[in-house]
Design a protein around this ligand. Structure first.
Ligand SMILES: CC(C)(COP(=O)(O)OP(=O)(O)OC[C@H]1O[C@@H](n2cnc3c(N)ncnc32)[C@H](O)[C@@H]1OP(=O)(O)O)[C@@H](O)C(=O)NCCC(=O)NCCS
Length: 152
């Protein structure tokens, strides 16, 4: 039986493994260090098997770097990481979360994200290297309004 997977804030010593995981998943490592305080990792034993991060721009956030090691995919780790970031953003008082993806547009609707056009995103997010770096033609842009216990 596989050992349990736990989730915790990323620590400095995790950085090389996190970056290797992102590179293997063909995701950008630009901006990881700048937003490191909002990165979480999934850990099994002493091994980092997944990562996810949040960039904050005022009341708006960008969910990024959701990646799970290929030999651990399909076990709910990706969803748990994304939910952890949604929870973190909600607790922090953010109002919206956005993301860009070229490979997992069908993964995020399960978490409430809906596709939008890039120009529908809050202007504050334009500061992110994720938006500047990803080719607009191929990336799906998605958006989630965070709920703070009040009716929609
Ligand atoms: C996307 C990713 C993080 C999912 O991680 P995971 O741990 O395998 O996901 P989960 O086990 O939590 O999957 C939950 C569900 O999503 C589905 N799913 C997984 N990867 C998917 C993908 N790339 N596209 C669409 N659906 C996907 C699973 O089939 C599962 O569906 P189910 O609940 O109906 O059975 C992982 O495939 C990955 O690291 N991909 C490469 C990096 C990437 O594309 N990241 C997203 C951009 S930030």
């Amino acid at each position: 039986m596989r050992r349990a997977v736990t989730f915790r804030d990323a620590a400095a010593a995790d950085l090389p493994v996190m970056e290797a995981l992102l590179i293997a998943a063909e995701l950008s490592v630009e901006g990881v260090r700048a937003h490191f305080a909002d990165f979480v990792v999934a850990v099994q034993g002493h091994e980092v098997v997944g990562v996810a991060g949040l960039e904050r721009y005022g009341l708006h956030g960008l969910l990024r770097s959701v990646a799970v090691r290929t030999d651990h995919q399909g076990r709910g780790i990706g969803q748990a990481l994304a939910r952890a970031m949604i929870e973190r953003a909600t607790v922090a008082g953010l109002e919206t979360l956005a993301l860009l993806t070229t490979t997992a547009a069908d993964f995020f609707p399960k978490l409430g994200f809906r596709p939008v056009t890039r120009d529908a995103l809050p202007a504050a997010l334009q500061a992110s290297s994720q938006l500047r770096g990803m080719c607009s033609a191929s990336a799906t842009v998605m958006h989630l309004t965070l709920r703070h216990g009040r009716p929609e």
